[in-house]
Design a protein around this ligand. Structure first.
Ligand code: CAA
Length: 260
């Protein structure tokens, strides 16, 4: 296990899993510019690193992240905030090709909830709470909340969360399909790791094209999406992993995928 320390995040690897831990405990991991820059740099480094197959993004037991840093934002004007283009880093997160599992405990509010929704699979502790409280401070979600939450939980529940600012529990989030799995607080990170290990055994190239095809759903019509999926399916027949996977099945042995 290797540990690298930034100012606002901790980065480590565990075998083929890259782990990023948000680490501004005094402000409940509020997402300031510096943290977001470090985060996207770490994610992109894992994305380029062939020995990493899955990424886990997590916070502390008390807070995944309590949102964008309100102190940093409070004196912005329309022009200053636009020129800083604070959401450009978020577009880079959206472009990460490897699967990202969010392991969430405590607060996942505002930008914290939006960051969770940028991930691909969400494991929560029983103490996790999710919400878009921006309305309480006179703004609205700005990092995708109105779009992603609505697509995940539907218009009426998304409206309720975004217009009231009221958070929901992990159990409610699970019932709404926002969260894949809820585990006791001592176990949620291990549950995320277990999922990561399972996915890490698959063909990384197939995992990559599968993620790309699923995400395409949010950007396109069903017929274009089906076309896109089909092309990715055909493309995998150029990979050694397809040959190995199918041969291993026929030879009744486990496949060993190399990502080629
Ligand atoms: N930004 C900056 N600082 C924050 C913060 C945030 N989003 N959330 C918490 N903090 C700070 C608090 O100011 C406090 O600092 P001090 O000790 O210096 O006073 C420290 O973290 C601990 O917080 P609390 O004392 O408030 O802890 P609590 O347990 O009483 O309450 C909480 C926890 C309910 C999460 C509360 O902190 C809270 O409501 N936070 C703000 C949540 C929010 O509005 N998030 C949305 C931000 S806007 C956004 O995210 C826009 C976007 O779409 C990108």
């Amino acid at each position: 296990m290797m540990t690298l320390t930034n100012q606002n995040i901790l980065v480590e690897t565990d075998d083929q899993i890259g782990i990023v831990k948000l680490n501004r405990p005094k402000v409940l991991n509020a997402l300031n510019h510096e943290l977001m820059d470090e985060l996207v740099t770490a994610l992109e480094a894992f994305d380029r690193n062939d020995s990493i197959r899955v990424i886990i993004l997590t916070g502390s037991e008390r807070a995944f992240a309590a949102g964008a840093d309100i102190k940093e934002m409070s004196d912005e004007t329309t022009v200053s905030i636009m020129l800083k283009d604070r959401f450009a880093t978020w577009d880079r997160i959206r472009n990460i090709k490897k699967p990202i599992i969010a392991a969430v405990s405590g607060f996942a509010l505002g930008g914290g909830c939006e960051l969770v929704m940028n991930c691909d699979i969400i494991v929560a502790s029983e103490t996790a709470q999710f919400g878009q409280p921006e309305i309480n401070i006179g703004v609205i979600p700005g990092a995708g909340g109105t779009q992603r939450l609505t697509r995940v939980i539907g218009k009426h529940k998304a409206m309720e969360l975004i217009l009231t600012g009221r958070p929901i529990t992990a159990a409610e989030a699970h019932a709404l399909g926002l969260v894949n799995k809820v585990a006791p607080v001592e176990l949620y990170f291990d549950a995320a790791k277990e999922l990561a290990r399972e996915i890490a055994k698959k063909s990384p190239i197939a995992v990559r094209l599968a993620k790309e095809a699923v995400l395409k759903t949010f950007d396109t019509s069903i017929s274009e999406g089906l076309q896109f999926e089909r092309k990715n399916f055909y493309m995998l027949f150029a990979s050694e992993d397809q040959k190995e996977g199918m041969r291993a099945f026929l030879e009744k042995r486990p496949a060993s995928f190399t990502g080629r």
